[in-house]
Design a protein around this ligand. Structure first.
Ligand SMILES: *Cc1c(COP(=O)(O)O)cnc(C)c1O
Length: 361
C-alpha cells in the first residue's frame, strides 16, 4: 500500500512572468517551486499526514532534536523536460534505496522506495511548469528527512518529518565546462571505517566545510579527501566521486567500501564507460599513483561526478608545498565523451537502454 497524499494547493503561486524570469537564470539552490511535500512519522502511527502543500517556512521548537544532534539525511536528483514535452527523472529508485540505507545508518525510520518516488513525482507534477525546458537546465529535487521531536535526550527521535522541495537549476558552471582545481586535504578527513561516510547525512557536509574553506584559501575550487586510516588512498570530493582515465583507455574509480558515498552518477558511468569501450576498474587509487601517473603520462584525465555538476574535469591538484597540472587546461576527450553520453540519456537524445529514466508526467 502506498501512502495517500492530501492536496493543499497554493492560493498564491508565483505569477507566470515572474516564474519565467526565475527560470531564465536559476543558478543553483536559490529559487524554489510553489509547493513542497511533507510526511510525518511516529512510532505508533508510522508514516501519516502525507500532503503536498504550499512551499513555506517550518515552525519548529528550539529543542527540536535535529538542531542539536544532526539526525538528518537527504537526497538529490533531477527532472528533465524530454523532446516530446514529457518530464522524466533519472534513477529515482536508486536514490530511494540509498535514502533507505542512509536512514538505517542514522537510526531514522524506513520510507518505502515507492513512497519516496511517489512523493517526488507528486511535487514535480504539481509544479511541472517549474521544470526548465532548456538544454543543461533541470529541476533539482531535494528529498530529506529529519528528527522533529522536541526533546534533548540523546536517542533516535520519535517524531520524524520527510520533505521534498524542488529548485530549478541552470548549467552548474555559468561560464561553460572548464577544468576545476582541487586541494588535497592532508589534515582533515571526511569519513572513517564504521562511520557515516556512505550515508548521505547532513553532518558529513558540515564536517567537510573547513577543508573546503582551506581549499578556497589556497586558490582551489574543491577539496579531495584521503582515507582516514592510512591517509594514502583517494576517496572522493566533498560531494562528488572521482574517476581516473589512463592512457590505454582504462578508467579507475575507488571502490565504495564503506567510507565513500555510492554515487548514482558514479554507478551510471561504470556502465556507460564500459559500453564505450573503456574497461572500468573499481579499485583503490593512491595519492602517489595519482601524482606519478600524471607525471609519467599514464593518467591522462581525472574527473569528478555527481548529480549537481554531472561530470567535471579536474585540471590541477594542489597540496601544501606543491601542485601539478592534469591535461592541457581543456576538458579531456574521454571526460567530455562520458559527460555527453550521460546528458544525452537524461535529456532524451539517446536511447535509454538501461531503463534509467522514470516518466513523471
Ligand atoms: C551525493 C554525493 C555524491 C554524488 O552522488 P550522486 O548520486 O551521483 O549525485 C558523491 N559524494 C558525496 C559525498 C555525496 O554526498
Amino acid at each position: 500500500m502506498t501512502i495517500e497524499f492530501a492536496r493543499n494547493l497554493s492560493s498564491q503561486p508565483l505569477a507566470p512572468e515572474k516564474r519565467a524570469a526565475a527560470l531564465e537564470n536559476p543558478g543553483f539552490g536559490r529559487v524554489y517551486t510553489d509547493h513542497m511535500v511533507t510526511i510525518t512519522w511516529t512510532p505508533d502511527a508510522g508514516w501519516h499526514d502525507a500532503q503536498v502543500r504550499p512551499y513555506g517556512p517550518l515552525s519548529l521548537d528550539p529543542a527540536t532534536a535535529v538542531f542539536h544532534y544532526g539526525q538528518s539525511i537527504f537526497e538529490g536528483f533531477k527532472a528533465y523536460v524530454q523532446p516530446d514535452g514529457s518530464i522524466k527523472t533519472f534513477r529515482p529508485d536508486a536514490n530511494g534505496r540509498r535514502f533507505q540505507r542512509s536512514a538505517h545508518r542514522l537510526a531514522l525510520p524506513d520510507l518505502p522506495v515507492d513512497d519516496f518516488v511517489a512523493a517526488a513525482d507528486l511535487l514535480i507534477s504539481t509544479d511541472r511548469d517549474w521544470v526548465p525546458a532548456a538544454e543543461e537546465k533541470s529541476l533539482y529535487v531535494r528529498p530529506f528527512m529529519m528528527a522533529t521531536e522536541a526533546f534533548l535526550g540523546v536517542r533516535p527521535a520519535n517524531h520524524v518529518t520527510f520533505l521534498v522541495i524542488a529548485s530549478p537549476a541552470g548549467a552548474y558552471f555559468a561560464g561553460g565546462l572548464h577544468p576545476v582545481s582541487i586541494w588535497l586535504s592532508e589534515e582533515y578527513t571526511r569519513a572513517a571505517p564504521g562511520g557515516t561516510g556512505a550515508a548521505k547525512c547532513a553532518g558529513n557536509y558540515a564536517a567537510s566545510l573547513l577543508a573546503q574553506q582551506e581549499a578556497s584559501a589556497n586558490g582551489c575550487d574543491q577539496v579531495v579527501f584521503l582515507d582516514a586510516v592510512e591517509k594514502k588512498w583517494v576517496e572522493e570530493l566533498g560531494g562528488m566521486n572521482v574517476y581516473f582515465v589512463f592512457d590505454d583507455g582504462t578508467l579507475a574509480t575507488p571502490p565504495t567500501s564503506g567510507s565513500i558515498l555510492e554515487g548514482v552518477t558514479r554507478d551510471a558511468i561504470v556502465a556507460l564507460a564500459a559500453e564505450r569501450g573503456h574497461p572500468v576498474e573499481e579499485r583503490p587509487v593512491s595519492i602517489d599513483e595519482w601524482r606519478a601517473g600524471v607525471a609519467s603520462g599514464r593518467i591522462t584525465e581525472v574527473f569528478a561526478c555527481g548529480t549537481a555538476a554531472v561530470v567535471t574535469p579536474l585540471g590541477r591538484l594542489a597540496w601544501r608545498g606543491g601542485e601539478l597540472s592534469i591535461g592541457d587546461g581543456h576538458t579531456g576527450k574521454v571526460t567530455q565523451d562520458i559527460r555527453d553520453a550521460l546528458l544525452a540519456v537524461q535529456y532524451g537524445h539517446a536511447a535509454d537502454t538501461h531503463g534509467w529514466m522514470h516518466t513523471v508526467c
